[in-house]
Ligand binder design. Sequence first.
Ligand code: NDP
Length: 608
Amino acid sequence: MSTPKQDERASPAAPQDFDAAALRKRYQIERDKRLREDGNEQYVEVKGKFARYLVDPYVEREERQSIDEEMDVLVIGGGFGGLQMGARLRQAGVKDLRIVEKGGDFGGTWYWNRYPGAQCDVESYIYLPLLEDVGYMPREKYSFAAEILEYSSRLGRHFDLYGGAIFQTEVKGMLWDEPSRRWIVTTDRGDHLRARFVAMANGPLNRPKLPGIPGIENFKGHTFHTSRWDYEYTGGGPLGGLDRLHDKRVAVIGTGATAIQCVPFVGETAKHLYVFQRTPSSVDVRGNAPTDPRWAESLAPGWQKRRMENFNNLVSGVPQDEDLVDDGWTDLVGKMLRRFKEATARGAPNVAEIMEMANFEKMNEIRARVDSLVEDPAVAEKLKPYYQMFCKRPTFNDDFLPTFNRPNVDLVDTDGKGVDRITETGLVVAGIEYEVDCIIFATGFEVGTGYARRAGYEITGRGGRTLSEKWSEGMSTLHGMQSHGFPNCFLMHMNQAAFTANFPHLLDELTTHLAFIIGHALECGAATVEVEPEAEKAWVQTILEKANGMMGPGGPNCTPGYYNNEGKSPGAAALQGAPYGGGSIAFFELLEAWRSEGSFEGLVFETE
Ligand code: NDP
């Protein structure tokens, strides 16, 4: 693979170099082209005849006896959320703790996503949680998946979580048993787990989805989803060398963050690779580098939290004296702040215009980068994203774009429409059939579907009422984490909580908060802790008042994708599940103030 270049970002287009009105129009045209009536319904749910896409290719399933046991705390999910929850609970003195996890080990998204080139896009020094507690320093600025998976295991060992782990097990139901004041959690292994408290760390992107392309079930060749990479078929491993593809014609469907990372490796060895593109990603500089040991030694205690906050402030548009991470995520904000300073010096700054101009400037750089790395101008043009940065998840890679210079690689651009049809032998776009031996679905994960569908189980609370029933008219919680009628049950997600570009940062704040509540409940011998209906109502009201019409970072005028509910208005019920509109910084401050105040306002603790 080529060596990452340190700063191709430094080719700024001058502000006067572009026609803002023309760009605005082009963005609109590209967006409109991609809007579709079926929104989230366009995707195929991975179940029934598609269930094989969920099978774990990494670890053999081990048979075991069912578990019938009682415990203080059960955590569902052993990814970063579950690990951070486990760590914080251990720090709060919780001993009787179990973690149930679908995969064969800890790691969550990093357990499943082992495709070649998988790597964190957010700087490892702020992405890998609890580095100072564990005493670990990542090897590179952006860690590869194998290191992150190994680190997950290290977290498990450090916080003594393996003893309580129940792997290769899927939760199938959760029922509140009033007489015993326990959650009865059932699994696909016939387990009967009776927990005083349940914390749910199911993860935001855990259920793979397939594109609803007509004929998808007819293809006679090999297929798999990137989150279950089939190394048996491709050969090689996460670092590449896919030597069994030498005689294979391969299709990759999708050009999101996953495809950007794995395409260079498939292109390197496949006899022929066709990359089917619906919308180009913005692909910025990776600029990976080994960790400088002198820098690591120079860090003062508390450095990780400060670095996480510095990054979060910058990507939230809050000026900082220093940009500690200094990468493609913070670069746009730097541009905004510079323009803001210039405009202030000239007179009255127009913030909305400054943000738009800085965004144009940033995306012009991204488009110029395509020209500088892709030799054929016609191919380069097709690879250029025409939308605002943060409409879609930005990506960072130094090898994806040059892959299209290879004679064995073709970009099949579908002009925003997607693949028309799949036949027994290939894929059809604009009347041309591309015959292939294998289709790799780099088509992402379910986001906008119902809670129970994504989690794979229903939660039945007091009086036999399910969470889906309660939330049918809109989500209702205090701080996104607790819901009345579901005592001792704790949720971890961004809904009615906060959005952060660095997801483990959000998890750190949520798990700190939940460990505080659970720790207190155990300490004072409370049988239940539950939200007061008034407190919940008030929080929902706050969410609605501060809602800005969005579910995530992408606005309604953005090109469709999972950041903006595929471009469709989410509807009032879904909007109620938006993250706190005041932003993550204010949300974290609010949680901290709530804990400092000390009265557990809005919660009722009941003893046996
Ligand atoms: P995405 O949802 O981002 O991408 C799916 C891709 O499939 C898109 O390019 C989409 O096009 C395309 N697609 C969907 N349907 C069709 C169709 N019918 N025909 C052709 N193309 C189609 O999934 P990813 O797995 O790439 O990424 C998901 C998320 O996972 C990321 O956004 C990121 O948050 C996370 N991730 C993080 C990484 C990290 O480094 N930390 C690495 C990889 C992923 P369109 O854009 O038009 O919808």
